[in-house]
Ligand binder design. Structure first.
Ligand SMILES: *Cc1c(COP(=O)(O)O)cnc(C)c1O
Length: 415
């Protein structure tokens, strides 16, 4: 045992050998903070503040409305989309940045149902992120109750839910709680063999691990701009439609930005060719510029290296919790690395106050009811020594019983 004990010095050595270490200084991270919540809100890239300042002061302030052309605001959704495409195994012209993940789910679920008019079932999973399920419920309600939602239970095989009534299957690739990911290729094939369409939610995948939508032959995907893509709070999300479907998808939010000729101002809607028809209204220029700064930084890094470091950080965290915190009986809610995204969940009956005590000490993760402490490891700015220091802090909080102070039991609106 003692021969295998991991020390803080070991972690410093891993950092010295880390090919991604140089990315750390490209982010603004306050002193004394260990930020293990990049899966929920990515950290601020150094370049973003200057980019936003430029967009506001020069482009908006001086070029005013001319900016739609001279600063090419008009093509921000496609330009960001093409950059995201490189991170998720899609081609240029298959992705646009737009709206929120929730809205994009609505658009593509509706488009998918329209492509399978004889089928009435949407399949998802009980453990999905709630907004995905809520959007499905709202869409079904809007369509008059002819459709139904069928839910995969934890550990159940997707094949058990598939039959000739299923129109579309919409799953989140990396589960937001456990971090467990689906086998994208195998699930997509099973779904398509049953005649249904496959949509992936990449909220916890894009920028966190290699994704190959085209390699898996996915039909649709959506994802989030403010998590591992570091686009900033409320950043625009993205959507993907495989090339082969683009001219047969009709999403219902037929705003003018999805029109074939928005500036002809004609009375009747006519969808644009290609991915553009999935846009709705005017893009959020300032926040999409911030997203683009995050994407440019992400594209400088190699996704294979990001994955290697993500696995190493997660494994190190799990090992250190075992080594340092065994006596407090934390449960491990995440699978081994082969099935895990870039986050690790621990369970504990006092999860909420323990997380508040950690945050008070500068170790920022988050809590998901009922008992999950969630720790995200964004490989571009988390160091191995941060993992050591985070676990040392956890140990100290537990050993001193610090988590049990009344102030750490008070619930905030956002956990
Ligand atoms: C974070 C997340 C969302 C967020 O949706 P918003 O519309 O941005 O609020 C959606 N789905 C999943 C799976 C998520 O993890």
């Amino acid at each position: 045992m003692s021969a295998k004990t991991i020390t803080r010095e070991d972690c410093l050595k891993y950092d010295a050998d880390d090919p991604l270490a140089k990315f750390g200084e490209r982010f603004v991270l306050p002193d004394g903070i260990i930020y293990l919540d990049g899966n929920s809100l990515g950290a601020l890239p150094m370049a973003t503040a200057d980019r936003v300042k430029h967009v506001v002061e020069e482009e908006w302030g001086i070029d005013l409305i001319k900016s739609w052309n001279v600063n090419d605001w008009f093509h921000l959704p496609q330009r960001c989309g093409d950059k995201i495409a490189q991170l998720i195994g899609a081609e240029a012209g298959e992705v646009v940045a737009a709206d929120s993940t929730s809205v994009n789910l609505f658009k593509l679920l509706a488009a998918g149902l329209r492509m399978r008019p004889d089928r009435t079932v949407i399949v998802s999973e009980r453990g999905n992120f709630p907004t995905d399920l809520y959007i499905m419920q709202g869409l079904i309600d809007m369509l008059g109750g002819r459709h139904e939602l069928r839910l995969l239970e934890d550990g159940q095989d997707i094949a058990e839910l598939l039959d000739d009534k299923v129109a579309i299957v919409a799953l989140t690739h990396v589960n937001y709680k456990s971090g467990r990911f689906h086998d994208m290729k195998a699930v997509t094939r099973a779904v398509q063999d049953a005649g249904a369409l496959m949509m992936w939610d990449l909220a916890h995948s894009a920028g966190a691990l290699p994704v190959d939508l085209n390699g898996a032959n996915a039909d649709f995907a959506v994802g989030c701009g403010y998590k591992y893509l570091n686009g900033g709070p409320g950043a625009p999300a993205f959507l993907y439609v495989a090339k082969r479907h683009q001219d047969e998808t009709h999403q219902p939010l037929t705003g003018w930005m999805g029109h074939a000729a928005p500036f002809e101002f004609v009375t009747d809607y006519r969808p644009a060719q290609g991915i553009d028809r999935n846009l709705c209204g005017t893009p959020a220029v300032i926040s999409m510029s911030a997203l683009e700064a995050g994407l440019d930084l992400m594209l400088e890094a190699d996704m294979t290296r990001i994955r290697e470091k993500s696995v190493a950080l997660g494994d190190l965290f799990i090992e250190l919790v075992k080594q340092e915190c065994a006596e407090w009986n934390f449960g491990l809610a995440s699978p081994p690395a082969e099935q895990r995204g870039s986050q690790v969940g621990l369970t504990h009956e006092h999860g909420y106050p323990i997380m508040q005590a950690l945050i008070h000490r500068g170790v920022i993760g988050d809590f998901r009811a009922p008992d999950l402490l969630r720790f995200g490891f964004a490989p571009l700015y988390i160091r191995y020594v941060d993992v050591w220091d985070a676990v040392a802090t956890l140990k100290d909080i537990m050993a001193k019983g610090e988590w049990d102070k009344p102030e750490f039991h008070a619930k905030s609106a956002v956990t």
